[in-house]
Design a protein around this ligand. Structure first.
Ligand code: MG
Length: 173
């Protein structure tokens, strides 16, 4: 049961990951969650570290795509500022919206990696798509109401995975 919630790797946050890690895996698309992964949900525009991260990916010809369950206004404003493609109201862990996008844009799954802060909406979502994933810790402790409910489940699963040595730090790969 827990296999579907097991990420390819874990990281403290998206910003500690060396770009060479993506390059070595042949990654061309970083499909990243927005809220509490790149920035806090109340951060309306990209932080300096998000801008730097995008810049570094650009240098290696890796495309950043944001996938969020949040509403259009929130995701559009942030993504436009950052200059990246985005998908809003994704309803993750449902995969249909993202799957359609990948097919339409001829993006191969093995050239993607999914990064997020939640086991259910990011890792389970990635595993359903058969795409590698990186599970991050929460960037900030503050969350939106609906996320709080998910987080209860999240903590339980993370504890289980950790206990059974299923969480591999990206540096160990
Ligand atoms: Mg999130």
């Amino acid at each position: 049961m827990f296999r579907r919630f097991t990420p390819f790797a874990v990281a403290k946050n998206v910003y500690e990951i060396d770009i060479s890690f993506f390059v070595n895996l042949g990654i061309k698309y970083v499909v990243c969650d927005l809220d509490n992964t790149l920035d806090a949900y109340y951060q309306k525009e990209p932080s300096q570290q998000a801008i730097e991260f995008k810049k570094k990916l650009d240098e290696y010809n890796i495309t950043l795509i944001l996938t969020s369950n949040n509403v259009k206004n929130r995701v559009k404003r942030y993504s436009d500022c950052l200059g990246v493609s985005y998908l809003y109201s994704c309803k993750k862990p449902l995969i249909s919206k993202v799957k359609k996008y990948l097919v339409k844009n001829h993006i191969k799954k093995d050239e993607c990696i999914i990064i997020g802060d939640q086991v259910f909406t990011d890792v389970y979502f990635a595993n359903r798509l058969k795409i590698k994933s990186i599970l991050c810790d929460n960037l900030v402790s503050k969350d939106q109401f609906f996320t709080k409910i998910n987080k209860f489940f999240d903590k339980y699963v993370r504890r289980y995975l950790k206990k059974h040595n299923k969480l591999t730090d990206w540096r160990e790969l």
